[in-house]
Design a protein around this ligand. Structure first.
Ligand code: PHE
Length: 451
């Protein structure tokens, strides 16, 4: 079998993991949730979940991945041979494929909007709501863009860990961060931006109901890519010198910053135009924003053009660095479990995601009446992964690392065999053993009862 890949540098580790985390979840989903659920109050609850629950889960994934040097299923086989923990590994592989299938639908829309913004096709005077719904329900157009996007993902993954995933992340993540900062400055300097900021930053705790708390946790897990073995797979390519705790902390900080900055881009711009709904839901980025770009820059169409092109490129890059990591979960599994080459394993995963992904896309158009458990494919895959597999996966991996694995082994991983002094070690172990599993379990079972 081919040699196992590895990340060549420290910065590669952070940028690839942050690339997985920063995605549509930050730029598309987070501002929508903030707009609907109480502004800064939601951000506050969200950050608590990020650092108290999701970060410990991420650290557990890093421990399992780097220690075992195997894909998610293989990892449990190495660390707990013959034990049922391996179920968590299989759940991760399935979740990776399901998430990639529905996520690539939205990524395909983004590709279409990127092309359209470069072609100057998002010019004013159109009913963007109608344009959007016509596009997503078209029998083949969204499929074509989704396919193109999946092939881009395939190309990077098939090239391997160092010359594909790491190289791509190192080139694209700095560009992505630069675009975010540029757009934030642009947005904040718009007339009326202040109102948007006030809306975003004014905490409205009355809106934080138990449902909102649940969705904040779901959002934290989704945004940090935890609970499906994605970061465990990446960690299996980390070197012995990688500092697991520091890296996890950096990824959480970068991811949260990007999410909040995405709010800083969207809300001031939307408010400066006025008359558009900020809690427009998923259509925000595809319906509200083209309107905003046109109206805000009606006197300077060139700036509007540049702003919209940059925004959709940003969204596209963010989506791509995330889909690569989802794809890698199953590719690594197939490669190591069945002894196939990386290229062939990637082909299998891509084909599977094309079939399932098309089913998701068609659920917005010709297959809108095809329902399983009362849901179309897109909603079903989203529901199964975000509500069940991710929290359950998080629960299992924290129990595995906190209670099953030998404590010395865990400490060795966290301190690189004693070479590092991790000041927060005791606190971390407490979070891993108690806070994270109990917190996730409470939220998860609460949700089961309320469904
Ligand atoms: N974290 C990604 C985002 O915010 C989504 C993702 C989920 C990526 C699970 C990998 C695994 O968009």
């Amino acid at each position: 079998m081919e040699k196992r890949g590895s990340f060549g540098s420290k910065i590669g580790v952070i940028l690839a993991s942050a690339g997985s985390a920063v995605g549509l979840g930050n730029i598309w989903r987070f501002p929508t949730e903030v707009g609907r659920n109480g502004g800064a109050a939601f951000i506050f609850v969200y950050l608590l979940f990020v650092f108290l629950l999701a970060m410990p889960v991420m650290i557990c994934e890093f421990v399992v991945g780097r220690r075992s040097r195997a894909n998610t299923v293989g990892a449990y086989r190495v660390l707990a041979p013959g034990k049922p923990w391996v179920v968590a590994g299989y759940m991760g592989v399935i979740a990776g494929v399901l998430i990639l299938s529905f996520y690539s639908v939205v990524a395909g829309w983004t590709l279409h909007y990127t092309v359209d913004s470069f072609r100057y096709a998002l010019a004013s005077g159109q009913d963007f709501g109608a344009v959007f719904s016509q596009f997503v329900s078209h029998p083949w157009k969204p499929l074509a863009f989704q396919l193109a996007f999946l092939l881009m993902t395939h190309y990077v993954v098939a090239r391997g860990v160092e010359s594909g995933i790491e190289r791509f992340s190192k080139a694209m993540m700095p560009l992505l961060l630069f675009i975010i900062l540029l757009l934030t400055c642009c947005s904040l300097s718009m007339p009326g931006a202040r109102e948007g900021l006030t809306y975003l930053l004014r905490p409205d705790f009355t809106k934080v109901t138990s449902d909102v708390v649940l969705s904040a946790m779901g959002q934290a897990f989704f945004s940090l890519s935890v609970g499906v073995g994605c970061l465990a797979t990446y960690a299996s390519y980390f070197s012995r010198e990688t500092r697991l705790v520091n890296s996890a902390f950096s990824v959480c900080v970068i991811d949260s910053l990007v999410a909040i900055l995405a709010g800083f881009i969207i809300f001031p711009a939307v408010f400066s135009v006025g008359g558009v709904e900020v809690d427009a839901g998923p259509g925000l980025v595809y319906i509200t924003l083209p309107n905003v770009f046109n109206t805000a820059f009606s006197g300077m169409p060139v700036l509007g053009y540049a702003f919209s092109c940059l925004f959709y490129v940003l969204l596209l890059l963010a989506a791509l660095t995330s889909t690569i990591s989802m794809h890698e979960i199953a590719t690594a599994f197939i490669r190591e479990n069945f002894g196939l080459s990386r290229r062939l394993s990637a082909v299998v995963v891509t084909l599977l995601c094309i079939v399932l992904g098309f089913a998701c896309s068609l659920s917005f158009g010709p297959w809108r009446d095809v329902k399983l458990l009362g849901l179309g494919f897109f909603d079903l895959f989203d529901f199964l992964t975000a509500k069940y597999i991710m929290p359950l996966g998080g629960l299992m991996i924290t129990c595995f690392v906190g209670w099953f694995l030998d404590r010395q082994l865990v400490e060795d991983e966290l301190t690189n065999g004693g070479a590092l002094r991790v000041r927060s070690l005791r606190l971390l172990l407490f979070l891993i053993r108690w806070v994270a599993p109990v917190g996730v379990a409470i939220v998860f079972f609460n949700q089961l009862i309320s469904d």
